[in-house]
Ligand binder design. Structure first.
Ligand SMILES: *[C@@H]1O[C@H](CO)[C@@H](O)[C@H](O)[C@H]1NC(C)=O
Ligand SMILES: *[C@@H]1O[C@H](CO)[C@@H](O)[C@H](O)[C@H]1NC(C)=O
Ligand SMILES: *[C@@H]1O[C@H](CO)[C@@H](O)[C@H](O)[C@H]1NC(C)=O
Ligand SMILES: *[C@@H]1O[C@H](CO)[C@@H](O)[C@H](O)[C@H]1NC(C)=O
Ligand SMILES: *[C@@H]1O[C@H](CO)[C@@H](O)[C@H](O)[C@H]1NC(C)=O
Ligand SMILES: *[C@@H]1O[C@H](CO)[C@@H](O)[C@H](O)[C@H]1NC(C)=O
Length: 247
């Protein structure tokens, strides 16, 4: 009788446990999200701001605009765009854009895009050089440095100094900042290192080092050769001497 009662209590406990587990599982499931507000469209954002027609054109011909939209949709890092105004583009010297190949146009445009979201408050804590979508941020390639103090934010590429004039758009995932200059990268517009000088230097250094490691061995072997040559000379000389003496 007692054992029956006990097993009944056990069964009750088991049922209770099961119920709790089920409830917990149900609760752990994420609540349905309210749904994304539709994909962000950088072109639409720039059109609204109405002073970026050249940049819109460049985004279109290089496909960088679509790339930004896709990347925003697919990554959680967000993006930042430094958007030069039409005035910035028209103050470039004539033919600057037209002289660029398609690939260089692409690099120029990518140089204005950072593959992370940077809020205005984060400007204070960034470390230089920034990494842009153009890639390699070393000295002669695509370095972009940002300095900020209070509300003032400056950018330098090593070729031009620009100022962030205004926040065009920010939504926690995409930030668009107006800049007063086209950011001309070193790689395309700056001085380049003398072609020959820097690269053969490490080569020479390497050769010298490996030479050092082997000097003893090679010195010994050449000593041996020299000794043998001397012996030859000596014997040869003696024969000649004797021959001359007896003639
Ligand atoms: C983005 O906006 C532009 C201009 O409003 C439009 O032409 C383009 O089709 C849009 N792109 C997408 C993917 O919706
Ligand atoms: C955004 O991403 C979702 C899921 O990753 C995909 O189904 C959708 O086609 C993407 N939209 C665009 C405009 O890339
Ligand atoms: C930004 O550049 C201006 C000159 O264009 C300079 O006066 C100012 O000190 C700079 N500010 C910062 C934070 O670098
Ligand atoms: C950018 O900042 C880095 C690190 O401080 C520095 O080495 C480099 O010279 C700077 N480049 C330019 C163009 O100011
Ligand atoms: C950019 O600013 C630095 C100092 O902040 C200055 O030395 C340099 O000459 C400026 N470059 C241009 C192209 O104005
Ligand atoms: C040193 O010489 C030996 C034999 O000539 C060679 O096998 C070795 O690779 C050399 N080492 C270096 C560092 O050049």
């Amino acid at each position: 009788m007692t054992s029956l009662f006990l097993s009944f209590r056990f069964l009750l406990l088991l049922t209770l446990l099961c119920t709790i587990t089920t409830t917990t599982t149900t609760l752990a499931q994420p609540a349905p999200s309210p749904g994304p507000p539709g994909p962000t469209n950088i072109t639409k954002i720039l059109e609204k701001a109405s002073q970026f027609t050249t940049l819109i054109h460049l985004f279109a011909i290089t496909n960088v605009g679509d790339q930004i939209n896709t990347q925003l949709n697919n990554s959680k890092q967000g993006m930042t765009v430094f958007a030069p105004t039409d005035n910035a583009f028209s103050s470039l010297s004539a033919g600057t854009l037209n002289s660029l190949s398609d690939q260089h146009k692409d690099e120029l445009v990518q140089f204005h895009v950072i593959p992370t979201f940077i809020s205005p408050s984060q400007f204070q804590t960034l470390s230089n050089p920034l990494r842009t979508q153009a890639g390699d941020s070393t000295t002669y390639k695509f370095p972009l440095n940002l300095t900020s103090s209070g509300n003032q934010v400056n950018l330098t590429t090593g070729v031009v100094n620009a100022t962030v004039a205004n926040t065009v758009y920010t939504d926690g995932s995409l930030a668009v900042y107006e800049v007063d200059k086209v950011l001309l990268p070193m790689s395309l517009f700056g001085p380049q290192p003398p072609a020959a000088a820097p690269s053969p230097e490490p080569e020479k250094e390497k050769r010298k080092k490996s030479g050092d490691e082997n000097t003893t061995a090679s010195a010994k072997s050449s000593e041996g050769v020299a000794l043998r040559r001397d012996l030859h000379g000596l014997v040869g000389g003696a024969i000649v001497f004797i021959a001359v003496f007896y003639l």
